[in-house]
Design a binder for this molecule. Structure first.
Ligand SMILES: Cc1cc2nc3c(=O)[nH]c(=O)nc-3n(C[C@H](O)[C@H](O)[C@H](O)COP(=O)(O)OP(=O)(O)OC[C@H]3O[C@@H](n4cnc5c(N)ncnc54)[C@H](O)[C@@H]3O)c2cc1C
Length: 481
C-alpha cells in the first residue's frame, strides 16, 4: 500500500532526553510505503532522534524509501506546540514533552556525542553485566576508548592526545556513560580524563609529560589517584604515608584505601608526606608505576554498588620512587590537590545529574506501561506529582550544571561553587533514584531492572570526592563561618 503523507497515520510515543527529542516505539503501519519526501525536525534547531536508531538533523531530508516498513519515525512540518500534538500533521498521535533546551554544546560536540554513544552501545553496554560480576572492566575496553580518541582529548596531538582544550568533550563522555546506564563501567574513563589528567598536563614537567602522556592517551596507562588511607579521608592533611628522600629516590611507605581504578591502573598519583613534621606543607605527589618493587595491590574491595569499578587498597613497602617521578614541587602536593578539586567535583556533579536523568527516563516509561487498578501507575496523582517534581528539579539541575561548566571553561569555577554543586546534585541524584525505585514497586528491587543498580550506584556519590558534609563546610566557610 502506498500512502501520501497527508494520509499517513503514525502512532507515536515520544520521550525526551534534555536537548533531544527522543521518539520511541513509534510505528509506521506495516505494508505502507511513504510517497514523497519527509522532513524530520522539531520546529527548532534541535535534533530529532528516531525510533529506528537514526538521528536526524534539523530539517534533514529523509527519502521516504529509507523508511519503508521502518518502525520509528517522527515527521511533521511547521512549528510544534510544546505541549500537544498540534503541529503534527497527518493524524499522528503523540505525547510530546521537553526538557529545557541546553545551549552549551555546538554541532561539533553533538557529532562527538554520537560517536561516544555508539562506543558505549558497542563496547560497554553488552559487557557491563559481566564486568559487574568480575568487579572490574576489561582493559581492552579502556584501550579501545584510547584508540577511539576518548582519552586525553586536551593533550597535544604531538603527545597522542586530541589537541582540543575544551572540557565539554569530557562532559559529553560523562553524560553518555550515564545515559547508557553504565556508571560503574564508565568511571575508569571519567576518573582518568576528568580527575587524574590535569596532574599530568598541569603539574608534570615537560620530561614527565613526554614519558607518560602518550600512554595515558592511548589507554596503555590507566591512571588513579591515591589520597585516602585507612586512618584518614576527609582530613587530607593527616595522611601518614611517607616519602623520605634518599639520594635520587624517595622511599615510599604506607597504605592507601578505597582507590578507584586501584586494580587496573598503571600510574598512581600518591599523596605522601615528604616532611612528616608538617601538615599541609609537608605533602608531595609522587607517581608510582606498575611493577615498582615494593608496590602491591590489596583487595579489590566489595562495595554496595559500582561493582564494575575496581576500588582497591594499595600497599607501598619501601618503594624506591625515582626523584624524576615527583609531580610538581616538594611540599606543594596539598595545594596541587586542592587546585584540581573543583574540576573533580564538577565531573561528579555532572555524573549525578546525568545518572538521575536516566533513572527518571526509565521510570517515565515504566509508569506508562505498568498498570494498577485499571490505569497506568503514572496516572495516580502521587506518581504524577512525583514525576512532575523530578522533571522540574532535573531542569533546574541541568541549568545549574551547565552554568558551572561554563564557569569552568572561563577559568572562573570556584572551590565553593563546585562544592555547592557536588552536594546538591548528588543529594538530588539519590532522592530521584529512590523515588524512581519506589515507582517501580517490587520490580525496582530486582537486579534485572536497571533502576536497582542505579539506586545502589548513586549512594557513594555523596561520600567520595569529599563528603557532602565537607562540601557544606567549604560553602559555609565561604560565608565567613
Ligand atoms: C567507592 C569509593 C571510591 C573512592 N575513590 C577514591 C579515590 O580514587 N582516591 C581517593 O583518594 N579516595 C577515594 N575514596 C575515598 C573517599 O574520598 C573518602 O571515603 C571520603 O573522602 C571520606 O573519607 P573517610 O571515608 O575517611 O570518612 P571520614 O573522614 O572518616 O568521615 C566519616 C564521617 O564524618 C564526617 N566528617 C568528617 N569530617 C567532618 C567535618 N569536619 N565536619 C563534618 N563532618 C565531618 C564525614 O562527612 C562522614 O560522614 C573513595 C571512596 C569510595 C567509597
Amino acid at each position: 500500500m502506498t500512502l501520501d503523507l497527508d494520509t499517513l497515520v503514525l502512532d507515536l510515543h515520544v520521550t525526551s532526553r534534555r536537548d533531544r527529542i527522543k521518539v520511541a516505539d513509534c510505528h509506521v503501519y506495516p505494508d505502507t510505503r511513504l510517497n514523497g519526501t519527509i522532513y524530520a525536525g522539531v520546529g527548532r534547531d534541535d535534533e530529532c532522534s528516531v525510533g529506528n536508531g537514526r538521528n536526524l538533523g534539523w530539517r534533514e531530508r529523509v527519502a521516504a524509501a529509507d523508511h519503508d516498513g521502518c518502525s520509528g519515525l517522527r515527521v511533521w512540518h511547521g512549528a510544534l506546540d510544546r505541549r500537544s500534538s498540534k503541529g503534527i500533521p497527518w493524524g499522528a498521535r503523540a505525547t510530546v514533552w521537553f526538557m529545557l533546551r541546553r545551549t552549551i554544546y555546538n554541532d561539533e560536540h553533538e557529532m562527538f556525542r554520537d560517536s561516544v554513544r555508539t562506543f558505549m552501545q558497542k563496547e560497554v553496554v553488552p559487557n557491563a553485566d559481566e564486568w559487574e560480576a568480575a568487579g572490574k572492566v576489561d582493559l581492552s575496553m579502556f584501550k579501545a576508548a584510547g584508540t577511539a580518541g576518548f582519552l586525553g582529548m586536551e593533550v597535544s596531538e604531538a603527545l597522542g592526545g586530541g589537541g582540543v582544550d575544551d572540557f565539554r568533550f569530557n562532559c559529553i563522555i560523562n553524560e553518555e556513560v550515564q545515559a547508557a546506564g553504565v556508571m560503574a563501567s564508565g568511571m575508569c574513563i571519567t576518573l582518568h580524563n576528568d580527575i587524574c589528567l590535569p596532574y599530568f598536563t598541569e603539574v608534570a614537567n615537560p620530561e614527565q609529560q613526554e614519558r607518560w602522556l602518550p600512554g595515558i592517551c592511548s589507554g596503555d596507562s590507566m591512571a588513579a589517584i591515591a589520597m585516602t588511607e585507612p586512618g584518614t579521608g576527609s582530613d587530607l592533611a593527616g595522611v601518614r604515608t611517607t616519602a623520605i628522600k634518599d639520594g635520587d629516590t624517595y622511599i615510599l611507605n604506607g597504605t592507601k584505601t578505597f582507590i578507584t581504578n586501584g586494580i587496573n591502573s598503571r600510574l598512581v598519583i600518591v599523596a605522601a608526606k615528604t616532611d612528616p613534621s608538617q601538615a599541609h606543607r609537608g605533602m608531595s605527589l609522587l607517581v608510582v608505576e606498575e611493577g615498582m618493587e615494593g608496590f602491591s595491590r590489596g583487595r579489590n574491595l566489595e562495595k554496595i554498588g559500582l561493582h564494575a569499578q575496581d576500588t582497591a587498597e594499595l600497599i607501598f613497602e619501601d618503594v624506591r620512587v625515582p626523584a624524576e617521578n615527583l609531580l610538581g614541587e616538594e611540599g606543594q602536593g596539598f595545594f596541587n590537590l586542592v587546585r584540581n578539586l573543583p574540576r573533580e567535583r564538577l565531573s561528579l556533579s555532572l555524573s549525578a545529574v546525568g545518572h538521575a536523568q536516566i533513572a527518571f527516563d526509565w521510570t517515565v516509561e515504566y509508569a506508562k506501561d505498568r498498570t494498577a487498578f485499571g490505569q497506568p501507575i503514572g496516572a495516580f496523582q502521587n506518581s504524577k506529582f512525583w514525576l512532575a517534581e523530578m522533571k522540574t528539579e532535573l531542569d533546574i539541575a541541568w541549568v545549574f550544571i551547565d552554568r558551572q561548566i561554563e564557569a569552568y571553561l572561563a577559568g572562573e569555577l570556584t572551590a565553593e561553587d563546585a562544592a555547592a554543586a557536588k552536594w546538591w546534585t548528588t543529594d538530588l541524584e539519590n532522592r530521584i533514584a529512590d523515588r524512581c525505585l519506589q515507582l517501580h514497586g517490587g520490580y525496582g528491587y530486582m537486579e534485572e531492572y536497571p533502576i536497582a543498580r542505579a539506586w545502589r550506584d548513586a549512594r557513594v556519590q555523596k561520600i567520595y570526592g569529599g563528603t557532602n558534609e565537607i562540601m557544606k563546610e567549604i560553602v559555609g566557610r565561604s560565608l565567613g563561618f
